[in-house]
Design a binder for this molecule. Structure first.
Ligand SMILES: *Cc1c(COP(=O)(O)O)cnc(C)c1O
Ligand SMILES: [Zn+2]
Length: 420
């Protein structure tokens, strides 16, 4: 496997288009990026990665949001709403409570459709235009469908989304619906939906925009660039650790790729790379199992359950990219139960940061690892919160306090709140 940290920049192969090509992470097969539609390697079915002859360094970046980083993307601009440039919140009470040197929260819920998926879609839909496809599709635990529907609408393309029936948070279905995606509810879990949509893509019926699509991860890579730039501007150094929820492990793979490209370009030393720390819900934790067992492959979990529906995934398709990311950066993976997730959702809310359950898993995981002494007190940590509170209003109501009925008069209200 050619994933290792600090691999030097490569000369562009003959198949490259303007210094960009696709490369199989398993067999090294190289393919032209935009001549044909492919999602995996023609030869071995391995995962593909977008490669650049000239990975970018800090001076190459200008502007704001995802397209600030176009020097490290396959295009100069895309179908944009616009996305990226999300806040890196300070959370002083939570930092104190968990007990680390610095704690910042990168709130990806502040993207246009309320999750980081927008970063991948702005690039992915641009590529779809380049390829000349007319129907976009994804399987989704919710946020991918919301993002695809919005970016597809913006581009004037037809969108089809496959959702696990009854397991998608209300806000996400509402978004896909209003942005006019065709929504198919499948009597099965997310992994079954992805199997089906992959088959549709292989038959040429749809262009697949799940994170198996290597171009989506290019957009998501910019989360890493943004965190590193902002942290360095504030403190003159990079964070020691980035903690993030893991579903299909696309973000884990994308952040690792951002680091590798910066190291290859000489923009960061290999020993400055943050430790990638993945968090899964205990009821859907195949990546954690693989990390704990030192396994090279992830075992598909057929039965998965968690309140954090965005990460209710038993077969993380990007595991072959993400496992080396966790290991080579000195990171780890940890499982947290739903109660800890809800508690972390409240912790963040107390700091004014409203997130959906999957996002809170990052903070729950950090707390668990700090408690076990895996994370040290002197570490500088960034937690990634992936989706907005309003995505899952039902979970928010359950985690929060109940409204109190009161009679229609000032005196009744005064009495109710215990005032004299
Ligand atoms: C998609 C999603 C995740 C999982 O991200 P992966 O890249 O698939 O690991 C986590 N949280 C939220 C809110 C998501 O929408
Ligand atoms: Zn291959």
């Amino acid at each position: 496997m050619s994933l290792s940290l600090g691999a030097p920049a490569q000369d562009a192969p003959a198949v490259a288009d303007d210094g960009v090509w696709l490369e199989c992470i398993s067999c090294g097969g190289q393919f032209a990026p935009f001549d044909d539609i492919r999602f995996t390697c023609d030869d071995c079915d391995g995962l593909l990665e977008v490669r650049y002859a000239d990975p970018p360094t800090w001076d190459d970046f200008s502007g704001e949001g995802v397209w600030r980083y176009s020097a490290g993307l396959p295009f100069e601009e895309g179908v944009s709403l616009p996305e990226g440039h999300t806040p890196l919140h300070e959370v002083p009470r939570l930092r104190e409570d968990i007990g680390v040197n610095r704690l910042r929260v990168k709130h990806e819920g502040m993207n246009p459709t309320g999750s980081f998926k927008d970063r991948g879609m702005t690039v992915g839909v641009r590529v779809a235009e380049e390829l000349g496809v007319d129907r976009l599709a994804c399987a989704s635990t919710g946020n991918t469908s919301a993002a695809l529907a919005a970016y597809g609408a913006r581009a004037g393309l037809e969108t089809l989304v496959l959702l696990p029936a009854g397991k998608v948070a209300a806000g996400k279905v509402a978004q896909a619906s209003l942005h006019d995606a065709r929504i198919l509810e499948v009597d099965g879990n997310f992994d079954a939906c992805l199997d089906i949509v992959q088959n549709l893509a292989n038959k040429g019926e749809v262009y697949l925009l799940n994170s198996l699509n290597p171009f989506r991860l290019e957009g998501q890579k910019t989360i890493g660039f943004e965190i590193l730039e902002e942290f360095r501007d504030d403190y003159g150094r990079f964070p020691d650790r980035i903690v993030l929820p893991v579903g299909n492990a696309g973000n884990t793979a994308a952040l690792f790729k951002a680091f590798r490209e910066l190291v290859a370009a000489g923009a960061m030393d290999a020993d400055e790379v943050p430790a990638l720390t993945g968090v899964q819900a205990a009821g859907a934790a195949p990546m954690v199992e693989a990390i704990e067992n030192g396994a090279d492959e992830v075992r598909r979990w057929e039965e998965v359950e968690t309140r954090a529906t965005a990460i209710r995934i038993g077969n993380p398709v990007n595991a072959p990219k993400a496992l080396p990311g966790i290991r080579e950066t000195g990171g780890t993976a940890v499982a947290v139960d739903d109660e800890a997730i809800t508690e972390a959702q409240r912790d963040l809310a107390r700091e004014g940061v409203g997130v959906e359950p999957a996002s809170a898993a990052s903070v729950a995981g950090l707390r668990t690892l700090r408690g076990r002494g895996v994370v040290d007190a002197d570490e500088d940590v960034v937690c990634l919160t992936t989706g907005h509170l309003l995505k899952d209003p039902d979970a928010a109501y359950e985690a929060g306090g109940d409204p109190e009925p009161v009679a229609n008069s000032t005196s009744a209200v005064l009495e109710h709140i215990g005032a004299e």
